[in-house]
Each structure stands twice: as structure tokens, then as C-alpha cells.
Design a protein around this ligand. Structure first.
Ligand SMILES: C[S@@+](CC[C@H](N)C(=O)[O-])C[C@H]1O[C@@H](n2cnc3c(N)ncnc32)[C@H](O)[C@@H]1O
Length: 182
């Protein structure tokens, strides 16, 4: 049994640096609303998405490569009486059409992807499924990925919320609308 299988077995939620405190921190800054469609890639047992649905009313969609995680996420949503869509899929091949989400999240996922193949492909997938004007938020404990792995036509910032260095990092990019002026 590896680390992720163990997380799935115990139904661990918020298995990312800063746990729900870091999630609440970025979510309060981003302020999604009920019209937003949100995708959590590597959603684990679905705790972040259930929180976003309950707190902001967003439409929630979770994908994870592990069927056991998706089973637990479905169960969590059922218990919370929250509507959601849950799919088993790898981060580098998202089963969604282009420009179909307002916000994409990865919390403690990118560090587990192969940095040369899976991670760049996964970031391109994030960029592809984001609506123009949409946001990507990645929570991680390691230094952020090098800018060369960022999808083209995106701008990246580190720690936009100014959280204490060393505990966790929040990396965001914003897909600019086609007619934006920077
Ligand atoms: C440390 S857990 C974090 C789970 C969740 N984001 C959270 O914060 O609780 C990492 C998750 O990424 C998933 N994962 C790992 N590699 C993946 C991949 N290539 N595609 C999709 N999910 C992946 C694992 O199954 C696991 O659920």
C-alpha cells in the first residue's frame, strides 16, 4: 500500500500543506461564486470541493486517478447532501472540453507527477479546460514549478495572498481573456 492508498483507506481529507486553513485562505481571496464551475484535479476524498459547494455554492467537479479516492469523495458528498460530479481520470488527460471551468485547483498533487512528462502535460490540460478569465490555484509545500513549465499565454505569481513562507505555497495563474490588455 503506498501513501495515497493509505490516505484513501482512512478517507483522509485536506491532505495538503496548510490543510483546510490554506484552502480557506486562497478561497476567501479568490471568492468564487455560485455561477462558477470548479474542477479539483487529484481531489482525493473531496473535502475541498464539498467545502467550496457549501461555502460558495459553486458547481463542483472532482477527478482523481484512484478509484478508491473517488468512491470516498462521492460518499462524502452524499453525507453532506451536496451535488457533485466525480470522475476517475489522470491529471494529464482531463475528460472535459476546452474552456469549461472557471477555477481549477490542485492541492498537493503536482509534486507527485513526473516533472518532465506528466507535470507539463497536466498544466497544459489545466490551461485548456480553463475559461478565458479563469483561475488556477495550486497548493504545494515545495518551491513552485519553474516558469518554463507554465502554459503559454498565462501569467504566474507566487504567494499572491502573502502567506508565511515555508509553511505552504500557493501558486496561481490566470488565463487572460482574449481581448485583455496587460
Ligand atoms: C496528497 S493527495 C491530495 C488529495 C487532495 N487534493 C487533498 O488535498 O486532500 C494527492 C492526490 O493526487 C492524486 N493523484 C496522484 N497522481 C495523480 C494523477 N496523475 N492524476 C490524478 N490524480 C493523481 C492521488 O490519488 C491523491 O488523491
Amino acid at each position: 500500500m503506498d501513501y495515497h492508498d493509505a490516505l484513501a483507506a482512512v478517507g483522509a481529507g485536506a491532505a495538503h500543506p496548510g490543510a483546510m486553513a490554506s484552502t480557506a485562505l486562497w478561497a476567501e481571496r479568490v471568492q468564487p461564486d455560485a455561477s462558477w464551475r470548479v474542477l479539483d484535479v487529484g481531489c482525493g476524498t473531496g473535502r475541498t470541493l464539498v467545502y467550496l459547494r457549501e461555502r460558495f455554492g459553486c458547481e463542483i467537479v472532482g477527478v482523481d486517478i484512484r478509484p478508491a479516492m473517488i468512491r470516498k469523495a462521492r460518499r462524502r458528498a452524499e453525507l453532506a447532501q451536496v451535488k457533485g460530479t466525480w470522475r476517475v481520470a489522470p491529471a494529464h488527460r482531463l475528460p472535459f472540453s476546452d474552456a469549461s471551468f472557471d477555477l481549477v485547483i490542485t492541492e498537493s498533487v503536482n509534486v507527485f507527477l513526473d516533472p518532465h512528462l506528466e507535470l507539463p502535460a497536466a498544466l497544459h490540460e489545466v490551461h485548456r479546460v480553463l475559461n478565458p478569465g479563469g483561475f488556477y490555484v495550486s497548493v504545494k509545500s515545495r518551491p513552485p514549478c519553474i516558469p518554463s513549465t507554465a502554459p503559454p499565454n498565462s501569467c504566474m505569481t507566487n504567494n499572491p495572498a502573502g502567506e508565511p513562507a515555508g509553511q505552504f505555497r500557493i501558486l496561481c495563474f490566470f488565463r487572460p481573456p482574449a481581448d485583455s490588455l496587460w
